[in-house]
Design a protein around this ligand. Structure first.
Ligand SMILES: [Zn+2]
Length: 317
């Protein structure tokens, strides 16, 4: 009787193990098909995007320097004021608390609020950095090894081992009420460390990043070259939303139409990046994001606009 019981228990265990293995394998297969993509918002135009396999950072600007004394700076922010003529210093403690690994870093342009923390992050993670010649030369100046740097100008479509990304030529926000232009680039390695003002634009890009189950079209300015986006059908659009798109002709209409009315739109670069994390960004939500979301609802009722919060993670199945 004892033996029988033992045997039947063994059979049961065998069956149990088989079921567990089956469920695990099915789970793996399901996972491979249904990998959700997770987007963590660092504020400004900064993101960490992962599909569970690879981790991609987009314009990761963590330091959020207290720049100047004008609008956008709070007297409750007790940090030291940084001027444009000051050497930029990354808040490495804060970066270390938020970023542990990265396979790729996509850089849209070389202004400080996109690139200034990348030298430290690239060194720390060993991530491959894809950006303009100016971005490449600045990072060279900070001693990032050549094999980590992929200089692009827009038009490239690169396949890596486990990730592919199309690089799209773009243009910068129409700053200074449409009087902005800056055609300077670094064609050689500049002396580092750079001052805040020495992080020049150096041309602007967009990226179509392809993850396991999602294609994400990234912006980091409130502007785009319409002809370069013809035929794009991303399922997620990180849309540049701020005041500087307001002076552009039918920005929301043209952007939604040329990207074929994406299912999900997440506004980016809308916050006040002179304030540290933890400070209220509600005025930006009320004054920029709500009107944008309402406009998208009118233009594309099926589109879901997701409003990101600092350091919050958005999971998309
Ligand atoms: Zn910029």
């Amino acid at each position: 009787m004892k033996t029988l019981t033992k045997q039947s228990m063994q059979n049961t265990r065998g069956l149990f193990n088989f079921v567990v293995l089956f469920v695990m394998l099915t789970g793996l297969a399901m996972n491979a098909q249904n990998n959700p993509v997770k987007l963590k918002y660092f504020g400004t135009a900064g993101w960490e995007i992962t599909d569970g396999d690879i981790t991609v950072l987009v314009d990761p600007y963590i330091t959020r320097a207290k720049l100047g004394t004008g609008p956008g700076v709070s007297s409750d922010d007790t940090r030291e004021t940084v001027l444009r003529s000051d050497i930029f210093v990354s808040d490495t403690l804060l970066i270390d608390s938020l970023i542990t690994k990265a396979d790729f870093i996509l850089v849209h342009h070389s202004h400080f609020d996109h690139l200034a923390d990348v030298p430290y992050i690239a060194k720390k993670t060993g991530a491959k950095v894809i950006g303009t010649e100016t971005t490449r030369n600045i990072l060279r100046g900070y001693g990032i090894p050549e094999e980590q740097l992929y200089p692009v100008q827009g038009g490239e479509d690169y396949q890596f081992e486990n990730f592919s990304v199309q690089v799209i030529p773009s243009i910068h926000s129409a700053l200074n009420d449409k009087h902005y232009i800056d055609s300077r680039t670094y064609t050689e390695t500049p002396n580092t460390p750079l001052k805040v003002s020495e992080f020049i634009e150096g041309n602007s890009l967009m990226f179509l990043a392809r993850f396991a189950n999602h294609t994400i079209l990234t912006m980091a300015s409130m502007n785009f070259v319409e002809r370069e986006l013809v035929g794009q059908e991303p399922d997620i659009l990180l849309a540049g939303v701020n005041r500087s798109q307001l002076g552009l002709y039918q920005y929301n209409e043209r952007l939604l139409k040329v990207t074929n009315y994406p299912k999900i739109i997440i506004p980016t670069h809308w916050d006040n990046f002179r304030l540290p994390y933890g400070f209220s960004q509600q005025s930006g939500v009320n004054q920029k994001l709500r009107p944008f979301a309402e406009d998208v609802k009118r233009l594309s009722p099926e589109t879901n606009v997701i409003i990101p919060t600092h350091l919050g993670t958005i999971t998309i199945e």
